[in-house]
Design a protein around this ligand. Structure first.
Ligand SMILES: Nc1ncnc2c1ncn2[C@@H]1O[C@H](COP(=O)(O)OP(=O)(O)OP(=O)(O)O)[C@@H](O)[C@H]1O
Ligand SMILES: [Mg+2]
Length: 366
């Protein structure tokens, strides 16, 4: 089941977003705290093919905790990236994350859509910690338990208007038309659903520069969704502090772009300590899942985001959780022209592109 058109299909008018027709695909824009990722797809006779994709690193601090601190710098980066990639389509989707978005599952009596909307609008304040006037609100009936009970789970999403509006204004200033506002964890789920086996019990974990989004699906339905403030920038900052380096030098050491034998042992220690912390957070979410879904044990963990590429992390997590762990490949089921896009580049950028791809696939469900 496709969850993440939360924020899209039910009331685009709330944000003045135009409707997208069945046949149109949008450009997927993932504006992270480290880099902007862009992906454009096209339909083929048996699925989707990549038209183009790319990413550009943002200056430190331009985007923090899901907030657009420096719209001018970010809009310039997006505009340059779209120009380099020769993207002409003006309709874009983007996703939000961080403290300004609350995702919450509530269990309610089964109602038709109109009554559900009425109920949620009237009762939202008891579910979310924000003033209802200050948020965009959307929901989706997960249609769980319809057979067994007269109750159903409903996924609620509330996002602070002022944060979302900053993104909308920035995108409109580029003469682009925002048509979809997604949520990182749900875009990830969309990408997963297109490429992987549906209906399995799986943890999707995206480790970016400054946050980790966890979305656990039980038989295709999202049951645990949370963001945790850890990420690969932690590694850079620790390397910076320990060796008294600037950000770029530390980042290069982290990525292995520069080597320093003398520092190796200490860098390995930093990796081990931080990865242990990430794994503890993932295990907490998995334990919570198992406490509530003992009959449907988790089958695997799929890691995305730049942080997922930390060498050894996949094996370390597999060892610690006794689960099958793999890197996300958002292009698993997609055609690509090897002459236009280097397969090595595609393989390497895959984990970072999972969210942008999930957004780019989005209009297919509207
Ligand atoms: N091989 C690697 N090992 C460790 N870290 C890596 C590797 N490759 C990329 N990264 C890190 O991943 C991060 C970028 O990943 P990504 O693009 O997913 O983040 P983001 O979406 O910008 O951040 P966020 O989602 O947290 O806002 C950077 O911190 C980068 O240094
Ligand atoms: Mg990200």
């Amino acid at each position: 089941m496709l969850l993440g058109y939360l924020f899209i299909s039910s009331n685009p008018s709330a944000m003045n977003l135009p409707f997208v027709s069945q046949n149109e695909l949008v450009v997927g824009l993932d504006i992270g705290s480290h880099a902007v990722k862009v992906c454009q797809l096209k339909r083929t006779s048996n699925g989707y093919a990549i038209v183009t994709l790319g990413s550009t690193v943002l200056p430190e601090g331009a985007v923090e905790d899901g907030t657009l601190n420096d719209p001018e710098v970010v809009s310039k980066a997006i505009s340059d990236l779209l120009q380099n990639l020769k993207i002409k389509n003006k309709k874009v989707g983007f996703s939000i994350s961080g403290y300004s978005v609350i995702v919450k599952k509530v269990n309610l009596a089964i109602m038709d859509d109109a009554h559900l909307e009425e109920h949620i609008m009237a009762e939202a304040e008891q579910y979310i910690p924000f003033d209802i006037e200050d948020v965009y609100l959307d929901f989706q009936d997960l249609k769980t338990g319809v057979k067994e009970t007269d109750r159903t789970d409903v996924m609620l999403v509330a996002a602070k208007k002022e944060i979302v509006d900053d993104y909308l204004d920035m995108i409109r200033s580029l003469k682009l038309t925002p048509v979809i506002v997604d949520v990182d964890g749900f875009a990830l789920e969309n990408s997963y659903e297109y490429n992987y086996t549906k209906n399995e019990n799986v943890a999707l974990v995206d480790i970016g520069a400054s946050k980790m989004s966890i979305n656990i699906l039980s038989r295709g339905i999202s049951v645990v969704a949370r963001d945790i403030i850890v990420g690969s920038r932690q590694l850079t900052e620790q390397i910076q502090n320990v060796f008294d380096l600037d950000f770029e030098e530390a980042e290069a050491l982290k990525l292995g772009a520069t080597q320093d034998e003398e520092k190796r042992g200490e860098i390995e220690d930093i990796f081990a300590t931080t990865c242990t912390q990430w794994i503890l957070e993932i295990k907490k979410a998995i334990d919570l899942y198992h406490a509530n879904h003992a009959d449907h044990p988790l089958q695997r963990v799929i890691l995305s985001g730049g942080g997922a590429k930390v060498s050894g992390l996949v094996d370390f997590l597999a060892q610690e959780t006794d689960l099958q762990v793999e890197l996300f490949n958002p292009f698993l089921n997609m055609a690509s022209n090897d002459k236009k896009i280097d397969p090595e580049y595609l393989k390497n950028i895959g984990p970072e592109m999972a969210i942008a791809t999930g957004i780019a696939l989005r209009s297919s469900v509207i």
